[in-house]
Design a protein around this ligand. Sequence first.
Ligand SMILES: Cc1cc2nc3c(=O)[nH]c(=O)nc-3n(C[C@H](O)[C@H](O)[C@H](O)COP(=O)(O)O)c2cc1C
Length: 321
Amino acid sequence: MTGVDGVDLRVDLGSLTLEHPLVDASGTFDLLENARRFRGDYFAAFPYAAYVPKTVTSGPREGNPPPRVTETACGMINAIGLENPGVEAFVSSLPALRPLRQPVIVSVGGNAPEDFAAVVRHLEEALDSSPGPPHVAGYELNVSCPNVRGGLSIGVDPGATAAVTTAVRALTSRLVLVKLTPNVTDVRPVARAAVQAGADGLSLVNTLRGMVLDPATLRPFLGNRTGGLCGPAIKPVALRMVAEVAEELPGVPLVGMGGVTSGRDALEFIACGATAVAVGAANFSGLEAPRRILEELRRECAARGFARVGDARGLALARAG
Ligand SMILES: Cc1cc2nc3c(=O)[nH]c(=O)nc-3n(C[C@H](O)[C@H](O)[C@H](O)COP(=O)(O)O)c2cc1C
C-alpha cells in the first residue's frame, strides 16, 4: 500500500506479503462481531493487513470465572482463559469470513504438541476440502497464555516449544509463527528453539503475569486471581525483548506487540527489528483505533523521510550502531 505521500507500507512476513505492517493481536479483535455492529461493509473497511482471530483449541473451552478483565494504571489485565468454541466450530465459522480480502493467521493453543497438531490437522483437512476464501495463510502457535493451567509450561521451555513447533511444522506448508512469552528471564533460547524446529517467524510478546486487588476486600480482583498485563505499561519490556530476538536471530521475521496505541509506537517496534506490528488492548478504545494508528505510522515515516516503512527496521539494534 503506497499512500499519497509516497510511503511504501508493504512488508514481507516470510512468504506472506502484507499491504502494511499492522495486524490485530489475537483475542482483542472480533471481526465477525464488529461486522455485525458496523453500519456498512465492514469487510471492505477492515483496517488490518491480516486477521488473527482469538486462539482456537481442539475442544471448546469455557474460560475462567468472572471478573476476567479490568483496567490498570497504564494498561489492562485479563484472565479470559482462552474461552473459545473449539476447532470444529471455528472451521464452521470460516465461510462467514469469505468477504475478507486479507489473509487470516489462525492462533492455535493447547497443552501439548498433540493438542496443537489436532487443531492444525483439522484445519488443514478442512481447507483442503474447501479451497477458496478466506485465505488462511498460516498459524500463530500460542505457547504463552498465562491464564490457563499449564499455559506457560511450553513457552518458558525451549525443548517443549520446539516439540510443539515440530509437530505443527510436519503438518503444514503454511506460515508458522510461534508466539513467545515475556515471562522468562531470557527469551532468546526459546526463540532459537522455535526457529530451529521450523518456525518461519516469531510473535512477541504475550501478556505479563500480574495481579490486581479489590480495594474493598484486599483480595485478588480477578476470578483467576492472576491475569496477563498488557497495554502501554508493557511497551518498554516488549521493545527490549523484540530487540533482543532481532539481534539474536537476524533475518527471522518478527511480529512485535505490547502497548501499541499510536503510529510512533508501531514505528518503535519496527526500529527494534519487527517486520509487522500487532495492536491489542488499543482495539478496546474504539473501532477507529487501527486506522488512526496506520495513518500515524504513514505520517511518521513520511516526516522522517522513509520511502519504505522497512527503512526503519532495525535502527534501534546494537548492530545498527
Ligand atoms: C482480552 C484479551 C484477550 C487476549 N487473548 C489472547 C489469545 O486468545 N491468544 C493470544 O495469543 N493472546 C491473547 N491476548 C494477548 C494479546 O494478543 C497481546 O499479546 C497482548 O495483549 C499484548 O499486546 P497489547 O499490549 O497491545 O494488548 C489477549 C489480550 C487481551 C487483552
